[in-house]
Design a protein around this ligand. Structure first.
Ligand code: PRT
Ligand code: MG
Length: 221
């Protein structure tokens, strides 16, 4: 078959830490993004390779763009991928970037251990409903989950919930809000996700990039 194949590649990234930490991996593959999403209002960014472009989307929307093939590949946190479910996505590489952990936290004065021991029903506010549900079910803790889209740290402070499930990296956000981490649910890092059809149809173009990403991420401990 010598039908010309469209080998244009679209990479979906979110602004902020994922974009910043993906840049060195792209450079390892010889790809330089030529505009800065923090200063440019453009949502489609060119690179030094005319066949590769980067689209800027919300972190939690990355799997959706890749699933439907609007992007061929993308970078998303494990937290986001669990909530999405991973349908239509191939997840070949843990990039070991944007690392943090998912934890349960409560107000400093709340005795979480004894509430759990007594079999109390807990109100838990989180953006990560899927992960939280599985975590508490596995522990046999009864919870009412309250879905939030951000600033989970506020919920226990104003009586919306007894606990939160959120991401923690330095711990300074919890500390600043007088919250304490009471359970570590899982370690989080970002993964490369690839559209399953693109992996077959654009393999020639994708493969060297995936290999460069893999080599560069392995160099991180
Ligand atoms: O911010 P936005 O609502 O647009 O989306 P987002 O929060 O999903 O995106 P972004 O860019 O903030 O995060 C993208 C990915 O980075 C997440 O999906 C995680 O996989 C990963 N990551 C790594 C983090 C953190 N570290 C992190 N610390 N995501 C969020 N945080 C937040 C956390 O939710 C908490 O509010 O930072 C705060 C805690 O930080 P410390 O350092 O004070 O503990
Ligand atoms: Mg954020």
């Amino acid at each position: 078959m010598n039908q010309p194949m469209n080998q244009q590649l679209t990479l979906a990234l979110s602004k902020g830490r994922i974009f910043e930490e993906t840049l060195p991996l792209l450079e390892a593959a010889g790809i330089m993004v030529t505009e800065n999403p923090e200063t440019s209002r453009k949502l489609i960014l060119p690179t030094n390779d005319k066949d590769v472009r980067v689209i800027i989307v919300r972190a939690s929307d990355v799997p959706t763009y890749v699933q439907y093939g609007a992007a061929d590949f993308g970078v998303a946190g494990k937290d986001v991928l669990i909530e999405h479910g991973g349908e239509g996505l191939y997840q070949p590489i843990d990039l070991r970037i944007a690392k943090c952990r998912m934890s349960v936290a409560v107000s400093a004065g709340f005795d979480y251990a004894s509430a759990v021991r007594q079999g109390a029903r807990l109100r838990v506010a989180t953006k990560y409903v899927q992960t939280a549900r599985e975590h508490f079910a596995a522990k046999g803790v009864h919870v009412d989950l309250i879905k939030l889209y951000g600033s989970m740290e506020l919920a226990p402070l104003v009586g919306l919930s007894d606990a939160i499930v959120d991401l923690v990296s330095t711990g300074s956000t919890l500390k600043a809000n007088n919250l304490v981490e009471v359970e570590h649910i899982m370690d989080i890092s970002s993964r490369l996700v690839v559209n399953r059809a693109a992996l077959k149809l654009k393999r020639e173009r994708l493969q060297p990039i995936l290999e460069a990403f893999e080599r560069a991420s392995k160099r991180k401990e």
